[in-house]
Each structure stands twice: as C-alpha cells, then as structure tokens.
Design a binder for this molecule. Sequence first.
Ligand SMILES: Cc1cc2nc3c(=O)[nH]c(=O)nc-3n(C[C@H](O)[C@H](O)[C@H](O)COP(=O)(O)OP(=O)(O)OC[C@H]3O[C@@H](n4cnc5c(N)ncnc54)[C@H](O)[C@@H]3O)c2cc1C
Ligand code: FES
Length: 346
Amino acid sequence: MFSFLRKSKMNTVTVEGSPTTLDIPAGKTLLEAMLDAGLAMPHDCKVGSCGTCKFKLVSGKIGELSPSALALEGDELRSGFRLACQAIPRSDLTIAVDAPLSQGIAIATYRGTIVAAQRLCEDIIGLTIELDRPLAFTPGQYADLTAPGIEGARSYSFAFATVGEPTQQLHFHIRHVPGGAFTDWLFCTDRTGMELKVTAPYGQFALKDSTAPILCIAGGSGLAPIISILEQALDRGADRAVHLLYGARRQSNLYALDKIAALRQRWMAPFEFFPALSDEEPDSDWAGARGLITEQIADVADLAAHEAYLCGPPAMIDFAEAQLLAAGLSRSVISADRFLDRSNRT
Ligand SMILES: Cc1cc2nc3c(=O)[nH]c(=O)nc-3n(C[C@H](O)[C@H](O)[C@H](O)COP(=O)(O)OP(=O)(O)OC[C@H]3O[C@@H](n4cnc5c(N)ncnc54)[C@H](O)[C@@H]3O)c2cc1C
Ligand code: FES
C-alpha cells in the first residue's frame, strides 16, 4: 500500500575490468545511461542498425527494444553479445566491452530555437539553432533533434567545427526526404522561431591524429560532418593533402561549393575537389564527372596511402568501403558515418 513511497527501481551495471558502476533508472537503454554518465561507449546509429555498440552480457537480464540479431552475427549472439542501444536492463548486470571506456563529453539535453533556415540547394536546408547554454562537441559528431508534434528524435551531424570552445549556435545541413516526418515538417514552411529539443553530442566519427593524405567521400548532406572535420584539420595546420569526392544527383542538388572553395584557398597542402552527378540531364552544361561518386575512387592517385572519411547514404558507404579495402587500405584507416535509420536494418 505504500508503493508510492518506494524509490523508482534502479538497476546497477558493473563493467568488467573497470571501476565503473552505473545506476540505471527503469526504461533507459544501457547506451543512454553510459553516455549520460560521460562514458565513451562506441555507438553510431542508436537504432540497432550498425552493431557498433555491442557489449557482452556476462550476467543479468535485459529486455530488447529490437532484437540484437538484426545487427549482430550468429556467433556473436551465441557468445553473449548484445546491442547497448537496444538493451533495457531488467536486473543488475555485469557486462564486458571490448573498447577502453574513457571519459568523453557527457550527453545533455538543451532547449534550442531555430534562428535561421536557409535553402542551400533544391533539397537541402542550412539550419541554425541557438541553444539555451553552450555545448561542446568534437567535429564529426551529431545531435538528436526533436520537433514539436513529431514522435522520436532525428540525428543530424554538426556542419561546422568549434575550435576548442563550446558554442551556443549550431549549424546543420538537412536534406529533404519526401514523406519523412521531420524533414516534411522542416521544409513545408519557414520554421524560424520554433523551439526544438537538442540532445548531444553523439557519435565517434572524428579526425584522426595522422600525417597521411586525407580522402573524403561524401554523398548529399553527408558533406556536413566532412566540412566539420576539414575545418578542424585546417585549424591543425592544413598540411595534409586532401582529395574530396562529392556525389549529388543533379547540379541543383550541389551545395556548399563556396565553403569548399574557401577551405581550398586556405589549405597549405594540395586540395583536390571532384564533384560527380549521377542523374544530370545528358544535354546539360555540366562539364564535370557524371555517374556514381564511387566510380571516381579508382582515379585517386596513390589511393592506398590515404586515410579515408566517408559520409552519406549507407549503400554509398558500403560500396566505397569495399573498394578501399580491395585497393589495400586497412580497416583501421577508414572512418565512416552512415546516415542510418531503422529502415536500414538487415
Ligand atoms: C548519425 C546520423 C547522422 C545523420 N546526419 C544527417 C545530416 O547531417 N543531414 C541529413 O540530411 N540527414 C542526416 N541523417 C539522417 C536523418 O537522421 C533522418 O533519418 C532523415 O533526415 C529523415 O528523417 P525524416 O523524419 O524526414 O524521415 P522519417 O522516415 O520520418 O524518419 C527517419 C527515421 O527516423 C526514425 N523514426 C521515425 N519515427 C520515429 C519514432 N517515432 N521514434 C523514433 N525514431 C523514429 C526511423 O528510424 C526512421 O526511419 C543522419 C542519420 C544518422 C543516423
Ligand atoms: S549504435 Fe547500437 S546498433 Fe548502432
């Protein structure tokens, strides 16, 4: 009868080989709790598609928002691996994680106001959001945006670099997905002045410490985190050669060309830029490359010496990754940010 006085149930999670223990309130996923605590648990999509957040369940019980089998292999499942973004603890747990769990930037929720929504091309809006307080992130990371009246959050990559300083003004490049709830909402009228919930920072797509030449492959609004990463490389001295391949459908879908031109102008090392159009009218005035952007990869000189950053549609990334591996790049020098959603689960 005094159940209303009981504290809401917490489950304690112990991470093997680390001093870390977490108290997780009912209903939270394991990944949410780890990120809230500032633990740099590997993750990417947060919707059970990519398999990046896998952990080994050593003891205890979990419920799953969607089956881990959708993203993990049979032998991984048999060895006890599960997805942290889909796991809801149902008892105290002991888990093991392959990656070292260093302390990262804690995820927090901010109140944001849209202060500008500018068309960058036919199907991409540049969205500027002013936060109620400063946010720190690493270039390449992303935020979850929740709009009024739309169920669930949508993920968008920061389209600029903060150079060491937290910032209150965020920029995103958002492509219209016709029929998509969030992007239909954003594109149907001017949303300036509207409030959004912003939860950030997420993701581990980031510039590596290296001197190797950089190969970037972006499709559509996948240019957003690539620009962010290149701005960071510029701040570090811009002394690494860059090869940027950028795929769009038609000339009317190209954007940020002025931004890329400005980066190239300030770059200290060679900076090659190759846009390619997949659906341009055959008789148009386009003098550049035509076809899929991945068809340009084989023409990159000294391909195997590069460190690669890929961002955009999952199919483009899978194809590019396969070509790079076949050309002799090792998996450790290929970083990819797939714009995954639940529809991409295998
Ligand atoms: C890490 C990451 C970064 C991304 N960065 C960008 C970017 O910078 N620019 C860009 O244009 N796109 C980006 N995307 C894609 C973006 O998140 C959206 O998927 C896309 O804009 C379509 O959203 P929509 O609401 O219009 O379409 P919808 O089809 O309505 O939704 C897209 C997806 O959102 C999820 N969803 C839908 N309803 C719900 C719900 N009720 N609760 C929870 N989730 C739901 C589903 O997974 C659905 O497939 C990124 C995706 C990821 C994973
Ligand atoms: S982050 Fe969990 S499957 Fe992608």
